[in-house]
Design a protein around this ligand. Structure first.
Ligand SMILES: NC(=O)c1ccc[n+]([C@@H]2O[C@H](COP(=O)([O-])OP(=O)(O)OC[C@H]3O[C@@H](n4cnc5c(N)ncnc54)[C@H](OP(=O)(O)O)[C@@H]3O)[C@@H](O)[C@H]2O)c1
Length: 255
């Protein structure tokens, strides 16, 4: 099989998508950027067939970051179906999908929608590879803001081993250019250190002065209990890549 030349990155302006575009471009690949701001909508399908002409490989890094399960499921099933259908028509040879570590046992919300996305992609005719990532360093500050009222961040008890989006993008790029199938259902990537969301907020507060106060709130449903007890942590064999969250903060926002 000839080496891929033209690679489409869906979600090209997002946290991990823009890093993937940058890495693949620097490695010399012809990169097609796909997002609504580039005139292509993977949910409605508008502009997708034209964007995929001549594309060998797709990286699916699009997202609709909503906690609403129905909305997220609609987004991920429609986008996966459209990418599979139009990808097959265009002769795409593989799709690399970004997913999340540990989602299998979650029953609701965004994680359940990601399981549906994986299922639809697996059922499609274009071969896939799944990269399951831990929470991105770049995303955790946003999660903490969502949980903050006034001065206080009310944080669910959650264990995570966060990773820089750039490190995830390096592995996505490797998977995209290597068309050998995986010998397992997915690959995992996480950061070097397990933390709680409260640890992350403490590091954020030390670096940037907010949130002023941090309170951990107890898990009151099964999905929260799963997150609290480590279901989102990487499994044996995961790729672990630095920097830690605190090291990343220091380089992003030097004190
Ligand atoms: N964030 C995390 O901590 C994390 C952790 C593990 C895995 N992941 C997974 O990684 C992937 C990317 O997450 P992210 O945080 O990098 O996403 P993000 O920053 O929210 O970016 C989402 C991207 O999707 C594009 N997009 C949204 N709706 C679209 C549509 N209808 N058609 C075409 N493009 C659309 C956006 O561009 P436009 O708005 O211009 O369309 C943007 O480029 C997702 O699958 C997510 O589940 C994320």
């Amino acid at each position: 099989m000839p080496a891929p030349k033209k690679i489409a990155v869906v979600g090209a302006t997002g946290r991990v998508g823009k890093q993937t575009v940058d890495i693949l471009t620097k490695r010399g690949y012809d990169v097609v950027k796909i997002s609504r701001s580039q005139g292509v909508d993977v949910v409605t399908g508008e502009g997708l067939a034209a964007a995929l002409v001549g594309v060998d490989v797709i990286v699916d890094a699009a997202s609709n970051p909503t906690p609403d399960q129905a909305e997220a499921t609609e987004f991920f099933t429609a986008s996966a179906e459209n990418l599979q259908r139009e990808g097959a028509r265009a002769g795409v040879r593989q799709i690399v999908v970004v997913s999340i570590i540990g989602i299998d046992n979650f029953a609701g919300g965004y994680y359940a929608a990601k399981i549906e996305q994986e299922r639809v992609h697996r059922a499609g005719s274009v071969p896939i590879k799944i990269l399951r990532a831990a929470q991105f360093h770049e995303f955790l500050g946003i999660v903490i803001e969502w949980c903050t009222q006034g001065d206080v961040a009310y944080l669910p008890k959650m264990r995570t081993q966060p990773v820089e989006a750039r490190a995830v993008a390096e592995v996505l790029a490797d998977l995209a250019v290597d068309e050998q199938p995986l010998d397992k259902p997915w690959v995992e990537i996480a950061g070097p250190q397990a933390e709680t969301l409260a640890d992350v907020a403490t590091a954020l507060a030390a670096n940037r002065g907010y949130p002023a106060k941090i309170e951990e709130v107890s898990a009151d449903d099964p999905d929260q209990r799963l997150a609290a007890t480590g279901a989102l942590l990487p499994n044996a064999g995961a790729i672990l890549a630095g920097p830690t969250y605190a090291e990343w903060l220091e380089t992003e926002f030097p004190s």
